[in-house]
Design a protein around this ligand. Sequence first.
Ligand code: ADP
Ligand code: MG
Length: 243
Amino acid sequence: MIEIRGVSKSFGDTKVLDGLDLDIPRRNVVTVIGPSGSGKSTLLRILDFLERADAGTVDFGDGPVDLTTTRSSDIRKVRSRIGFVFQNYNLFLNKTALQNVAEPLIYAKGVKPAAARKVAAKQLDRVGLADFADRYPSTLSGGQQQRVGIARAVALSPELLVLDEPTSALDPEMVTGVLEVIKQLGRDGMTMLMVTHEMRFAYEASNRVVFIEGGHIIEQGDPKQIFEHPRQDRTREFLSSTN
Ligand code: ADP
Ligand code: MG
């Protein structure tokens, strides 16, 4: 179990997260849903120290790490366990798909180049891009670029894969392929914390769905409970506004 505890964050006078607790069981897919501006991205960014929390800890099973810390050893320790898939891919445009996946292995993990290229080729195959290894991002569709982004994160063998609206920047016809890749990762046992506005996908791909609003978890449960039998009026209202 990965345990997130007491995460708070304000921007100026606005409290975006207010003492949020979240458990992510290993080999589970936990999906966070909620209105725009409810702090979903902020929570994910705090876990990767892209944003500094005002309070909170994360515990991967060997003791809590303070999410307010500025100690680079603690930050590195947490970051090395998390793979991050961004909305906008963040690929290196002057590198091929294979190089995009292989180079973090070489520079962040000290893997030898030949071995890194082998792992990268395998991960590109896994996301359906075996034939695109030598392509540059500008010659790939958005969906293909995002699959490179996923391969790059997964190649580093993270304990937790964090995905922030991985399909929200894609043309509709590109979404399915990316969602299929993510679903397969879930079936393969990857532990994931995901934010998505694709409710049908959240229903199908998640073990647990967490509805947040106003910096709090309003309700969480298995997808069937949340989508078919929400207990809270706010959850019901939110869900009816999304389709
Ligand atoms: P969500 O991902 O749920 O749409 P965010 O976590 O992106 O929400 O944002 C939550 C709130 O925090 C929003 O009101 C947003 O404007 C604000 N916010 C996010 N990042 C910053 C920042 N760096 N500076 C100031 N306000 C921010
Ligand atoms: Mg967001």
